[in-house]
Design a protein around this ligand. Structure first.
Ligand code: ADP
Ligand code: MG
Length: 265
């Protein structure tokens, strides 16, 4: 299990997270949702040890991450950040090879097993047909799948994804979510991701964590979390809740939105 305990994080001028306690059970798809600025990326970056933990604990399978080195952590978890470097001039295959780094000695050549895993990751993410093309020549959806393939090649128990579908069109969004579902269902990986699309989050996740202003507002099964009250209190919008194929979904209602105050300059 991945757990965070009493996690608090402060950037220079303000708190981004306050007293966060969450258990992420193994084998589930867990999505973190919440308005912009509610602390989702900060939480995921702390969990991936990309940000230094100031107060609280991050525990993976009973061990505090603070007591482990980077290489050992990279065998347990991998993280796809919200924005990637768009100018990286690597081929898809070269990018995916980076995923094997934690598993080999520095400068050691890739083994046959590494190459098999790289091919497996590329085929799962459906990027094999452009394996030798430069990342810079790909469309947004293709490039995102290449990054997902790199994440898969790392073969970790925990996969952390920060908004993997944002900026993609609906077909490419669903392709990414289908890969996510496959690595969870076929390969039993635990996926912890931030999703912008709330209906997709409800459809694909076993559990939702709702963030509001740096705190956890609610966590639970999508059906427990999707309520008119939650949408009003967290997102400031009136909605109606429906069900499709056993999954909850919301439709915004016309009416007064109490979300962000307009900034009048
Ligand atoms: P989310 O991912 O939910 O949009 P973030 O975790 O990115 O939220 O941000 C939470 C809060 O912390 C926001 O108010 C944001 O402006 C602030 N913040 C994020 N990153 C930094 C940073 N590097 N330095 C200062 N403040 C930051
Ligand atoms: Mg974010």
């Amino acid at each position: 299990m991945f757990a965070v305990k009493e996690l608090t994080h402060r950037y220079t001028d303000r708190f981004a997270l306050q007293d966060i306690n969450i258990d992420f059970p193994k084998g589930e798809i867990i999505s973190i949702i919440g308005p912009n600025g509610s602390g989702k990326s900060t939480l995921l970056r702390l969990m991936a040890v990309l940000l230094k933990c100031q107060r609280g604990q991050i525990i993976i399978d009973g061990k505090n991450v603070a007591d482990q080195n980077r290489k050992s952590l990279a065998k347990q978890l991998t993280m796809l950040p919200q924005t990637q470097d768009l100018t990286l001039d690597f081929t898809v295959r070269e990018l995916v090879e980076f995923g094997r780094q934690p598993h080999k000695r520095t400068w050691a050549a890739l083994t046959t097993e590494d190459r098999e895993i790289i091919d497996w990751a590329m085929s799962l993410a459906n990027v094999q047909s452009y394996a030798n093309e430069s990342l810079t020549s790909l469309s947004g959806g293709e490039r995102q799948r290449a990054w997902i393939a790199m994440v898969l090649a790392q073969q970790t128990e925990y996969v952390l994804l920060d908004e993997p579908t944002t900026f993609l069109d609906i077909v490419h969004q669903l392709e990414i979510l289908d890969v996510v579902q496959k690595i969870n269902q076929q390969y039993r990986r635990t996926v912890i991701m931030i999703l912008h699309d709330l209906n997709q989050a409800a459809q694909y996740s076993d559990r939702l964590i709702v963030m509001k202003e740096g705190s956890v507002y609610q966590q639970g099964h999508p059906k427990e979390v999707f309520t008119e009250k939650m949408f009003a209190e967290v997102f400031g919008i009136p909605v109606s809740i429906h069900e499709m194929d056993g999954k909850p979904m919301f439709i915004p209602k016309k009416g007064k939105r109490e979300g962000k105050k307009e900034c009048i300059l």
